[in-house]
Design a binder for this molecule. Structure first.
Ligand SMILES: [Zn+2]
Length: 649
């Protein structure tokens, strides 16, 4: 994919809205970006990693007023919290952009003027539903009530239809160019399913976009017409240009633009995959190579939200397990395009089995043997046998696969490969039994060889782990008494046998202490109940869906063919179900109320066209419907047998 001559890599996160405090969702996007940035630096590319904050708009103005601050003061405070979290998570960004910075505002105004002169921006009249109480327009996708008006989703009041003068971006003119661009660049939107969504949306036709407001004061003024401020999305998207020098550092800009990848949450796909390339086409600038829309983290199968009180506090997890464990879990558990489920059980399981056991134990055991048998310094390893050569050639193969996966942004697959190799090292030690060799003085050269091979393998694998777990990789290299740090070696220079211990290896301490599930849940829950007290009650109102929307759901009768518990969890069952025309596998959180044998042969209702999700590393291709009472699920069954696959409506 990448051109041979390419020497730079430019990766971005969305800029985060300062009306929010940093949570696990922000952390997730930013950790992905950081792993990619570190990997490309290892490859020897010149990397620019941009993140930052979106600081304009009505909501910020309002929140600041409520807190008795200016919008800038509010932004300053929240920016501090983001920067602090990035520091704790070892995020190696190159620049943190704020949309209130002067060079950004100037850059946005310059582009606005350019498009105005060209006719891609024109003045017209915007008609929209306006909430008097909050003084803002409702977003266009708020549905019309059957009585013919809209209700403000923020305060529940009836909105009024009003007109105001506005500048428009001529998005309609870019429908055809966009469709052609998508066709020529099938990797522009990833994963592929999101590309399909984008294409079908654009094919339905694009309306011109209102991009200014006279009702919002806290924004970038339209040049020459300061009654208007530029709509916050138009403003924000251009950070990707201004952050690398557009209009203020031509050399920097030329070097890095276009971006290699914009990482985004799937909820802002339309802005990045449709509006953004259209703005760039209008400005005559090259388009980014890829927009990668990642999935959401759910907590125990539900979306995290402040009102549900189930938002995970990244600080609490960091305090308990450190940055690398969290980085590892988030990147290992699911492919970045899919939704994932964060449960305490799966988190603790990953830490204990993958990190404490497979990785931590291996390092500790091996190094302890080197200390015990060789006082930390291995003398003359004996000749290599076939299994020794195999360990090194398997490393070369692993390295190649890991590179391919990192290049393809398949971070979870890269980690899987790394763990396959960790198990290879563990098996090599088990097969060669150095602890037995140590008891036979004539086997000393062999013992030295086995431990030497293991040290080389550990060094190599921790290097490949570096983009995801930089702190751990550094720690392992330090334990191995290596002259250089992992960041000082380029990927191409990494050789299996390049083991240069400067001084004797010391007795190591555990890299990852094991977690106790009960204790861990207890600590998280304490925090959760504290959070709940602080949250304000939400305005509740019925959210109607249309008949069309309901019809999109494919509800089917499913019959359970087999059922088993998902190892290491209390809640989850893995079910094979018959849907009439096909068999599928679903993961259901019903194990606390139903034993596997209770369900075999039973029939219930599943949503068959729900996007598949990976739960505890297992794909779930659908979801069963159940009521919940006192935290326990109750499945509705049929009162007579129905053929599997029958539609429910
Ligand atoms: Zn309102």
């Amino acid at each position: 994919m990448a051109e041979k001559s390419k020497t730079t890599f430019y990766v971005t996160t969305p800029i985060y809205y300062v009306n929010d405090v940093p949570h696990i969702g922000h952390a997730y996007t930013t950790i992905i970006a950081d792993a990619l940035a570190r990997y490309h630096r290892q490859k020897g590319l010149e990397v620019f990693f941009l993140t930052g904050t979106d600081e304009h708009g009505q909501k910020i103005e309002k929140t600041a007023a409520e807190k008795g601050m200016t919008p800038k003061e509010l932004a300053d405070r929240v920016v501090g919290r983001f920067k602090e979290l990035w520091k704790q998570l070892n995020i190696s960004y190159d620049y943190f952009i704020r949309t209130t910075e002067q060079f950004h505002e100037a850059g946005v105004q310059k582009i606005f003027q350019k498009l105005l002169a060209k006719g891609d921006i024109y003045k017209g009249t915007y008609q929209g539903w306006y909430c008097i109480s909050e003084e803002n327009f409702l977003s266009e996708d708020v549905p019309l009530e059957p009585e013919g008006y809209k209700i403000c989703p923020d305060c529940g009041r009836k909105a009024t239809l009003i007109e105001e003068e506005s500048y428009f971006f001529r998005l309609s003119a870019y429908q055809q160019p966009l469709l052609e661009f998508y066709q020529q660049n099938p990797q522009f939107v990833r994963p592929q399913t999101r590309m399909n969504e984008v294409v079908s949306f654009v094919k339905q036709g694009l309306k011109d976009l209102s991009i200014t407001r006279t009702t919002v004061k806290w924004g970038i003024p339209v040049p020459g017409d300061p009654r208007h401020t530029i709509y916050v999305w138009f403003d924000a998207l251009h950070n990707y240009l201004t952050g690398i020098g557009y209009d203020w550092n031509q050399e920097l800009f030329q070097k890095f633009w276009p971006a290699d990848v914009h990482l985004i949450g799937k909820d802002i796909l339309r802005f990045h995959a449709i509006f953004w390339p259209a703005f760039l086409m209008a400005a005559g600038l090259p388009l980014p190579r890829t927009v990668y829309g990642h999935g959401w983290w759910l907590k125990d199968e539900t979306k995290m939200s402040k009102s549900r009180g189930n938002v995970l506090d990244p600080y609490l997890i960091l305090e308990k397990v450190g940055a690398d464990a969290l980085r590892y879990f988030l990147l290992r558990e699911i492919p970045i395009g899919q939704d994932g489920n964060f449960s305490h059980e799966s988190f603790v399981q990953r830490i204990n089995s993958d990190l404490a056991n497979d990785l931590g134990n291996l390092v500790q055991r091996t190094l302890t043997m080197v200390v015990n048998y060789f006082a930390g310094k291995i003398d003359e390893p004996g000749e290599e046998k076939e299994e020794d050569l195999r360990l090194s050639s398997q490393f070369a193969e692993t390295k190649q696969k890991v590179i391919e996966f990192y290049d393809d942004y398949a971070l979870n697959r890269a980690l899987e490969e790394i763990w396959v190799y960790l198990n290879t090292i563990n098996k090599y030690l088990a097969d060669n039994e150095p602890w037995k060799l140590a008891k036979q003085p004539d086997q000393r050269p062999r013992l030295a060889r086995v431990l030497y091979q293991s040290l080389c393998a550990i060094k190599g694998i921790s290097y490949l782990l570096y983009p995801v777990m930089p702190e751990t990789a550094g720690k392992i290299w330090q334990l191995l008494a290596q002259k250089k740090k992992p960041v000082e070696i380029k990927l191409a220079e990494l050789k299996f046998y390049d083991f240069q211990a400067e001084e004797p290896i010391q007795r190591p301490e555990a890299l990852f202490p094991r977690l106790d599930l009960k204790e861990f849940i207890g600590e998280m829950d304490k925090q959760k109940s504290a959070d709940k007290k602080e949250t304000k009650p939400e305005v509740k109102r019925m959210e109607y869906i249309t008949h069309e929307e309901f019809k999109k759901m494919d509800l089917r009768v499913a019959k359970v063919l087999s059922a088993e518990r998902v190892a290491g969890t209390n809640k989850l069952l893995k079910l094979q179900i018959d849907l009439g025309t096909e068999q599928r596998q679903i993961i259901a959180g019903v194990a606390e109320a139903y034993a596997p044998e209770d369900l075999i042969g039973k029939e219930f209702i599943v949503i068959a066209n729900l996007q598949p999700a990976v739960i505890r590393g297992i794909e779930s291709q659908g979801m069963l419907l159940a009521a919940e009472l006192d935290g326990k699920p109750i499945i509705p069954f049929f009162d007579r047998e129905v053929p599997p696959g029958t539609k429910v409506k």
